[in-house]
Write a protein that binds this ligand. Structure first.
Ligand code: FAD
Length: 513
């Protein structure tokens, strides 16, 4: 420590060093042995280096071949392929297994490299939409659940495995997908799609679930990169987005020129069909945001342990302790909440919780990430602002999970929509777990959701509901933390509160870090 610079944060076991995560998976009865091996592998210096390389060498569009013919391919750095291989071997793209175990892996993997999670999430979630076309699902599933990554540009049915993307957003319409103008024409038992998408992430996927206007209305389709006769499908990559973060991943603007596609679900049922997929991608957004915040916290604690200021490690300075403890309390709440939501997605009996809480949790947890990660970045002082450390990249990534798969207001309005249909007793159950503060929160949520200004107040409703969910999840995890969370309230910046004796408890729970 000669220069008073902390050692690199690497070769850390992301599972065994994370007590809230370990407790969350244990509440779900998941075996921790494999997760500990996963945590060691992803926290290794080698995997972290892959994350750095994949982001410092972003993908490039190869629109044309040297002879002027269309190529429409994206070229990735070998580090991207290595990360895809590693995460597909670990089954991150396969949502047919244990939901909570996969959530734990996702929570850890996104800490080290967030960009490659996008195609894995979409591949896993696509199965929920494809249930509307069982014959397509049966044909693709052996490929989309295979663990052997195959990045070759070849027809999916000739590969060892396949990944799937999703195309909804157009130039004129993102949130309002009913305004889609891309058209689908039925022809000889399939459809030909003509139009465009303004955002199409992971454009080297083997197929895409897309929305297009069929004669019977807005419809969901599976559009493969290659036609059944093995010729390249009519999909032109116009350019790649130059993005704030998420640099390792490619997001393309694309045109469809009479592209071959197969219908998924009935004509006119497109939104309903694809929403089954989006419910799952929203869960992943929340899990990823919680994981990213945990990594920011870990980096901040590491710095504070090793950096001396005024002759004492930062971690021993009362005000820094207050900031870190408060951040850790928020992180505990987020982790307990997203894993409670993952458990709900695992059980059909918990369907009402999943319906109501998925948009609420996505709203609050993803929205907290930029401010939270900024605060952890500041704990590193000037180092936090330098690209030499992973936290700058984490900060640029942070806003994304709130934007895609339904931005903040859309999530808040979705909460309102579900509440208006009836919450099936979920709010009462949550309130019952939280004592007096729970009752007050439940009353307020109902009043807000039924008030004249319900739409204008939808963010307050979503916020209150997610906080109630977090409090209930914390009660299940640790009563003392729940009390501190309830007392701390929602106001003020991190550290601008007195956690009293709980500060010691939170600190003790960070010891393994
Ligand atoms: C890096 C990246 C990758 C992406 N990849 C994909 C992809 O692979 N596939 C895909 O289909 N899309 C993708 N998207 C697009 C993304 O899903 C959309 O940008 C997002 O859903 C918002 O749509 P929009 O950009 O059209 O914003 P708009 O619909 O114009 O919304 C703008 C704002 O208005 C708010 N708003 C909307 N309706 C209301 C309302 N009724 N009341 C109040 N406020 C409202 C929204 O919350 C939002 O904050 C990607 C985006 C990014 C940034």
């Amino acid at each position: 420590m000669g220069a008073n610079q902390p050692p690199p944060f690497e070769n850390v076991n992301l599972f065994t060093s994370d007590l809230p995560l370990r407790e969350a998976v244990s509440r779900a009865g998941v075996d921790a042995k494999d997760l500990a091996a996963f945590g060691a592998e992803y926290g290794s210096a080698e995997t972290m280096e892959l994350g750095r390389l994949a982001n410092e060498n972003p993908p490039r569009l190869r629109a044309f071949e040297p002879n002027g013919e269309r190529a429409d391919r994206v070229e990735f750095h070998p580090a991207w392929h290595a990360l895809m291989r590693k995460s597909m071997t670990a089954g991150l793209h396969d949502s047919t297994g244990d939901v909570v175990e996969r959530a734990a892996r996702l929570y850890m993997a996104t800490q080290i490299e967030a960009g490659h999670i996008c195609p894995l999430t979409m591949t896993g979630a696509a199965g929920a939409a494809l249930k509307a076309a069982p014959e397509i699902l049966d044909a693709w599933r052996p490929y989309t659940t295979a663990r052997d990554y195959d990045g070759a540009f070849r027809p999916w049915f000739t590969k060892k495995s396949a990944t799937l993307g999703m195309g909804m957003t157009e130039r004129q319409s993102g949130t309002d997908v009913r305004a889609t103008i891309t058209e689908a024409r039925p022809i000889n038992g399939h459809y030909e799609i003509t139009g465009h998408k303004w955002f199409l992430s992971a454009p080297m996927s083997d197929g895409f679930l897309v929305l297009a206007q069929a004669p019977g209305g807005l419809t969901c389709f599976l559009l493969p990169r290659f036609r059944p006769d093995r010729s390249v499908n009519g999909l032109r990559l116009q350019r790649l987005k130059d993005k704030l973060g998420n640099r390792s991943n490619a997001s393309a603007e694309v045109e469809f020129i009479g592209a071959y596609a197969e219908r998924v679900g009935a004509e006119g049922e497109g939104v309903r069909t694809i929403l089954n997929m989006v419910q799952l991608t929203r869960l992943d957004c929340a899990i990823a945001a919680a994981g990213q915040m945990r990594f920011g916290l870990a980096l901040a604690v590491h710095h504070a342990r090793h950096r001396l200021v005024f002759g004492r490690p930062l971690i021993e300075q009362p005000l820094m302790r207050a900031v870190l403890a408060d951040l850790a309390l928020s992180s505990e709440a987020n982790t307990a909440l997203v894993f409670r939501l993952a458990r709900a997605h695992a059980s059909p009996l918990d369907g009402a919780y999943a319906r109501l809480m998925t948009p609420a949790v996505k709203y609050r947890v993803t929205k907290m990430a930029p401010a939270f990660i900024y605060e952890t970045l500041e704990c590193l002082g000037g180092n936090g602002y330098a690209e030499d450390f992973p936290i700058a990249r984490l900060y640029r990534e942070a806003p994304l999970n709130a934007i895609w798969e339904g931005s903040g207001n859309v999530m808040a309005l979705d909460v309102l929509r579900v509440l208006r249909k009836g919450d099936s007793g979920v709010i009462d159950t949550l309130a019952g777990a939280c004592g007096a503060p729970g009752k007050a929160a439940a009353d307020e949520i109902r009043r807000l959701a039924s008030g004249e200004d319900a739409e204008a107040h939808a963010r307050i409703t979503a916020e209150r509901l997610a906080r109630l969910g977090a409090l209930a999840a914390l009660h299940e995890a640790n009563g003392a933390l729940a009390e501190a969370y309830a007392t701390r309230g929602a106001r003020g910046t991190w550290g601008a509160c007195d956690l009293g004796a709980t500060q010691g408890l939170v600190r003790d729970r960070m010891v393994a870090l």
